[in-house]
Design a protein around this ligand. Structure first.
Ligand code: GCU
Length: 400
């Protein structure tokens, strides 16, 4: 008899822990003070996750499509410092494969940690390396104001720094997964998942950011099979709209061991309810394809959000998180990005991790003592060597 008593007691206590907080409250834009880790994991986390899925980024499809990975090319690069590898990700039904571009430190012995991030303008723009295959879907001419030149985004991808510190870089081009304009979701990966008769995602189904994040997970599937990469030490990183993407990828896929958001702003790290800089209304109007349809409910109605963006950051806990801003990037609301990371910190503390300290640090004084890191640097909306230098330092804490 006695041996049944203990489990019974545990059950009763467990149930009451949950029932006293069953009704998820409206969290607002405030610190996520949750009474226990158990409460967080059993009640709050699933509720908040559900909210971001159905109301913000849209649910990713449950259905799977066959994906095949094919080695395209491999060679010495960066004057012998790196091995360049290109792998085609063939997603069944897509007109063109998604080329995965990798640089792996040549000096490495065994599997190395990696940074994985999407690029804005095509793989061939991340470095002047003439061997990088030109992205076939890259903008030509006026589109997005870009040019198709090799190496045009070199300053955003400091390969030397990464190779010298023993990190691989893995990148794909956003336009190869889902072109960044509103075409009613006729191109890109969305149509592959439509049910019979469906021609656009339902109100709670994924938009473009969701598709981009999904594709980063499909790259991760490949990395798990690449013997030169340690898939348990992969940091997912992104700048701006691709920072929103890295956060959602980090929240939805626990295989990303570190999550980095650079100047991600509205719909990324920044709190929406402050309405400072870009607003939900502005982002939905200018980029109607980024979020799910349900997100339109919050245009000019931020108070109705069940939780602000600190909830998204908290979904990444206990994995290390780095949020960064730039002084002149008022559109992305640096203070809102900092506060959001601060307000997510109590959840990290539930796991025995160290959250972000207060007050907001001075310019060019990174705060990375804890597991939630933050910096604000001088200059404008961009990702540069200064930013990457901090991310490498932060990654070293966990990966070295
Ligand atoms: C625009 C947009 C931002 C976005 C940025 C970018 O400024 O309003 O939300 O982050 O583009 O991706 O560079």
């Amino acid at each position: 008899m006695k041996k049944f008593l203990l489990p019974l007691l545990a059950l009763v206590v467990g149930a009451s822990l949950v029932s006293c907080d069953e009704q998820p409250r409206i969290y607002g834009a405030e610190p996520l003070e949750i009474s226990s880790l158990r409460q967080w994991e059993r009640v709050h986390r699933p509720t908040i996750y559900d909210f971001f899925e159905k109301e913000v980024y849209g649910r990713m499809p449950e259905k799977q499509v066959p994906i095949r990975y094919e080695l395209l090319s491999e060679g010495e690069a960066l004057g012998g410092k790196a091995v360049r590898r290109e792998v085609a990700m063939h997603i069944e039904g897509m007109a063109t494969p998604v080329p995965i571009l990798m640089y792996i430190p040549a000096a490495a012995e065994g599997a190395v940690p990696a940074f994985l991030g999407m690029n804005f303008k095509g793989n061939h723009q991340i470095n002047p390396d003439p061997e990088i295959t030109i992205s076939v879907n890259a903008p030509k001419g006026e589109e997005l104001g870009s040019d198709p030149e090799r190496g045009a985004a070199t300053s955003r991808w400091p390969l030397e720094l990464l190779m010298d510190n023993g990190y691989a870089l893995v990148t794909i081009y956003r336009g190869d997964v889902d072109p960044d304009f509103d075409d009613g979701f006729q191109n890109g990966v969305h149509p592959l998942f439509y049910a019979e008769g469906q021609s656009s995602p339902a109100a709670e189904e994924w938009g473009t950011i969701g598709a981009w994040a999904w594709s980063l997970s499909r790259v991760m599937d490949y990395l798990e099979t690449d013997k030169d990469i340690d898939a348990e030490r992969v940091a997912v990183i992104g700048h701006s709209r691709l920072g929103k993407t890295s956060l959602w990828a980090g929240a939805t896929d626990p295989r990303f061991a570190i999550v980095i958001s650079n100047d991600s702003g509205c719909g990324g790290a920044a709190l929406s309810m402050r309405k400072h800089g870009e607003t939900v209304e502005a982002i939905n109007k200018n980029f109607p394809h980024w979020f799910c349809d349900n997100y339109n409910k919050y245009s000019n109605n931020e108070e109705a959000l069940m939780v602000d963006q600190q909830g998204l950051l908290a979904l990444i806990a206990p994995r290390p998180l780095y949020v960064a801003s730039a002084v002149e990037d008022d559109w992305a609301d640096p203070e809102g990005e900092y506060l959001s990371a601060l307000y997510a910190s109590p959840v990290y503390e539930l796991y025995g991790k160290k959250g972000l300290a207060s007050p907001m640090p001075a310019v060019d004084s990174p705060m990375m003592e804890g597991d939630v890191a933050y910096h604000i640097r001088k200059g404008g909306h961009d990702i540069n060597l200064y930013d990457w230098t901090q991310y490498v330092k932060f990654a070293d804490k966990y990966f070295k």
